[in-house]
Write a protein that binds this ligand. Structure first.
Ligand SMILES: [Zn+2]
Ligand SMILES: [Zn+2]
Length: 306
């Protein structure tokens, strides 16, 4: 769910960056611009379910919404801890921010700095990060599901004389079974193991080889697209990317789909189709983000469920 698709400051059409990733029961939030809790209220998601906030960097448009979100959670009776990750120096700075007002949430906020290249396990998912190229310490994040067993081959299972029912489930979950006096192992009825889904959020960055590595074979690449092609040089100078550079990154990383975010407020809604088209010429599976847009993270093999 895109809560804020713009960059730099709020415009009539776009709130600044915040993208919610719905996990099993919990929500992981990439960046938290001002007004994010209100964007949640306009969406189909509940801000109370946010358990992880991944701040890409401490430019105002990426974190100013955090105090407001936390206070709104507190006033709504939240008790569960909140985990906030960010680049070097962010934990100390955010703690200072929370010491300014009279905040007293009845839940713990666990601020944690991550090093580029560090992996963390959250909710059974793998969170990794890479250094982004920006004017201040900044991280790009990848969130990846664990791999799944291969597809169950019904024909093969029947040919091996396995009756439909609990034995199928045992094989699917990786255990051997005995049917007709013979041992059948999972590899005899399952296809090759399938990768879990992978979502990458670049935050603000100019093009970077490290981000390409982080985004390798991802299913959804959410990329900085501050400028259009004509303003590429200026965008790169300020640590941003153009729509076309985002598309090149998606193509070069072998991404399944690209979502363009962080559009500069200089572009009005009438320029959306052109910005999208420029990127699609390089990477056809490109989507231009809009506030409150919902996107399912598809599996490479076409399945919609794990
Ligand atoms: Zn920004
Ligand atoms: Zn920035």
């Amino acid at each position: 769910m895109v809560l804020g698709s713009g960059g730099s400051w709020p415009s009539r059409d776009r709130n600044p960056p915040a993208v919610a990733l719905k996990l099993d029961g919990d929500i992981l939030l990439f960046d938290c611009a001002e007004g994010t809790q209100r964007q949640f209220m306009l969406s189909s998601l509940s801000f109370m379910q946010v358990r992880y906030v991944l701040i890409s960097h401490l430019h105002a448009d990426h974190f100013l919404g955090l105090p407001g979100l936390v206070e709104t959670m507190a006033l709504n009776g939240r008790k569960e801890p909140l985990h906030v990750f960010g680049p070097e120096g962010s934990a100390a700075r955010l703690r200072t921010l929370f010491s300014v007002g009279y905040f007293s949430p009845a839940f713990d906020i666990d601020f944690r700095d991550l090093e580029p290249g560090e992996d963390v396990s959250i909710d059974g998912l793998k969170l990794s990060c890479a250094r982004a190229i920006h004017q201040v310490p900044a991280l790009s994040y990848a969130v990846e599901e664990p791999g799944r067993p291969g597809r169950f081959d019904l024909q093969k299972a029947k040919a091996l004389g396995i009756p439909e029912g609990p034995l199928f489930n045992r094989l699917q979950s990786g255990s051997p079974v005995i049917a007709g006096g013979k041992t059948v192992t999972p590899d005899m009825v399952l296809g090759p193991p399938r990768k879990g889904r992978k979502v990458v959020y670049t935050g603000d960055t100019s093009p970077s080889a490290q981000i390409l590595d982080l985004a390798r074979d991802c299913d959804l690449l959410i990329h900085d697209s501050t400028a259009d092609a004509s303003l590429t040089q200026k965008a790169n100078q300020y640590g941003h990317s153009s729509n076309v550079q985002a598309a090149q990154a998606a193509r070069d990383a072998g991404a399944l789909r690209l979502l363009l975010v962080h559009l500069s407020p200089r572009f009005g809604p009438e320029e959306g189709p052109r910005i999208l088209e420029e990127a699609q010429k390089v990477f056809p599976q490109t989507v231009l983000a809009a506030d409150l847009m919902e996107l399912e993270v598809l599996h490479r093999d076409g399945a919609t469920k794990p």
